[in-house]
Design a protein around this ligand. Structure first.
Ligand SMILES: Nc1ncnc2c1ncn2[C@@H]1O[C@H](COP(=O)(O)OP(=O)(O)O)[C@@H](O)[C@H]1O
Ligand SMILES: N[C@@H](CC(=O)OP(=O)(O)O)C(=O)O
Length: 455
């Protein structure tokens, strides 16, 4: 039995949903179907999730929501008509939106979560209605009834393993299960969404809980490529990679798969296959526990921007017991997670995502580090990018860092920070945002220009 997740582009229009139906019916083992909210149909189009966020913001600001409700309902109406469905399903979706809008808004983030989840929930109802209308045995299943349990606020939304026993029953339900991605419920019955792109997580959770033979993740590209195809022309396709490699690459910028989505499948050893809804015959990328990494030590290069560095200098820092802990505690108290901490004998940098800091927080942190830790120099720089080389074979090969550094030197850019994780599956270069693209292209040339497709 397989779990298949279809992303936003795969359910963006009636034409796409017909492809989904063909993919599902082509293989009777495709039993649990997780769907996203309708995504972009063309460049410049808006995802339904973004429309819903804007609608929720208008409601929270006390504005008139009619126009925005209609925009969302119209997206579903167009799909429903294209699938030959009647106005009934559109009415169900419209009244669902109206009912969500009438929810209590005291806690704006819970209200927002409930609005965002409408995208996937109604998408699943629509797909299930279509499957049934053409004679397939299919049913929409609500995450609440199925037992997709998540933790309570205020922590980051995570699934609770205690829901797995109930989720496992999906395997035994009759027909095709159409399940909305992106959200679950706390034990008190409160709806919460995962981070953006989180339908990938739902698919992985269901694949693990049902002990699926395979988790197929259908998107709009033939495979995961060795570099972002929107930046590097015709990058090589990755035939097979490990969970660890995908996790590192997803974290570092490969938006094709959510970085939190690997763990559930990994824990139950369910292989993951990334495939293309528009070209389902293509083999895709298989993600498994091991691969032969000797032929190609580096499997991919990812880049992501939006980082800031907190630089702290203090003479004899290396001899001061507890300095690192105290510094990180200040960040903890400001609710800022950290990504990397490269250090020297008298200095320490903490790399953080810029989205977690604002001007007030920055000023407070700098003054606290100066006063509480008696630092000699403290400053914060923004506009950094992290470029990450990933590959299981990296720890067995020598000279990789030198090759990467030489390639970066050829671009004329300077390296601001280097960090090699203790797992040695990745090598991180901190660079200025303005240098990101040229460095990525040069590194790609260095490590992949002679590589054909490999598996
Ligand atoms: N290394 C990569 N390999 C493949 N696709 C990538 C990579 N990096 C970024 N992407 C982008 O990820 C997109 C697919 O992810 P996403 O838009 O979230 O799909 P979905 O809506 O199906 O979940 C691709 O269209 C591609 O532009
Ligand atoms: N619709 C949600 C969740 C999701 O996973 O979407 P997609 O599969 O289109 O990345 C979002 O836009 O974040």
């Amino acid at each position: 039995m397989k779990v298949c997740k279809f992303g936003g582009t795969s359910v963006a229009s009636a034409e796409q949903i017909k492809k989904v139906m063909q993919i599902v019916t082509a293989d009777p083992s495709r039993k649990v179907i997780v769907v996203s909210a309708p995504g972009k149909r063309f460049d410049g189009d808006e995802k339904v999730t973004d429309l819903l966020i804007s609608l929720a913001e208008t409601a929270l600001n006390g504005g008139n929501t009619d126009y925005k409700v209609n925009a969302v309902v119209d997206r579903y109406r167009m799909i429903a008509y294209g699938l030959g469905l009647s106005e009934d399903i559109v009415r169900i979706i419209e009244s669902d939106l109206t009912s969500r809008l009438s929810n209590n808004q005291t806690d704006s983030s819970l209200f927002m979560d409930c609005m965002k989840a409408a995208g996937e929930d109604n998408s699943a109802k629509l797909v299930a209605a279509y499957f049934t209308s053409i004679g397939l045995q299919a049913q929409y299943v609500c995450p609440k009834e199925a037992g997709l349990l998540v933790n309570k606020r205020p922590e980051r939304v995570r699934a609770l393993p205690k829901g797995n026993e109930r989720l496992a029953q999906l395997r035994h339900m009759p027909g095709i299960i159409v399940f909305p991605g992106f959200f679950g419920y706390t034990e008190d019955g409160i709806l919460r969404t995962f981070n953006r792109g989180g339908s990938d997580i739902t698919g992985s959770l269901l694949a693990a809980a049902t002990d699926a033979e395979l988790y197929e993740n259908f998107t709009d590209v033939d495979s995961v490529f060795a570099a972002n195809p929107t930046v590097v022309d015709n990058p090589v396709a990755i035939g097979k990679m490990t969970y660890r490699e995908m996790r590192e690459l997803a974290y570092a910028g490969f938006s094709v798969f959510h970085d939190e989505a690997l763990m559930p499948a990994f824990q139950r050893s369910v292989p993951v296959c990334i495939k293309n809804t528009n070209n389902p015959e293509a083999p895709g990328t298989l993600i498994v526990t091991e691969r032969n990494h000797f032929a190609q030590p580096v499997i991919g290069i990812a880049a992501d921007s939006g980082f800031s560095t907190l630089f702290v200098d203090k003479y004899l820092m290396n001899q001061e017991i507890g300095f690192g802990r105290k510094l990180l505690q200040i960040l903890e108290e400001e609710e800022i997670p950290f990504e990397h901490t490269p250090s020297g004998i008298d200095n320490l940098s903490v790399i953080i995502r810029s989205k977690f800091i604002d001007a007030d927080k920055e000023a407070r942190i700098i003054s606290r580090v100066k006063e509480e830790l008696n630092a000699d120099d403290v400053h914060m720089h923004s506009n950094y990018s992290m470029i990450v080389l990933v590959g299981e074979g990296m720890r067995h090969s020598t000279g990789l860092a030198a090759r990467a550094a030489s390639a970066i030197a050829r671009t004329g850019a300077s390296i601001q920070m280097i960090n090699q994780g203790s797992s040695e599956v990745s090598l991180v270069f901190g660079v200025l945002k303005e240098d990101e693209t040229k460095i990525l292209k040069e590194l790609y040339k260095e490590f992949f220009s002679t590589v054909p497709v490999y598996s």
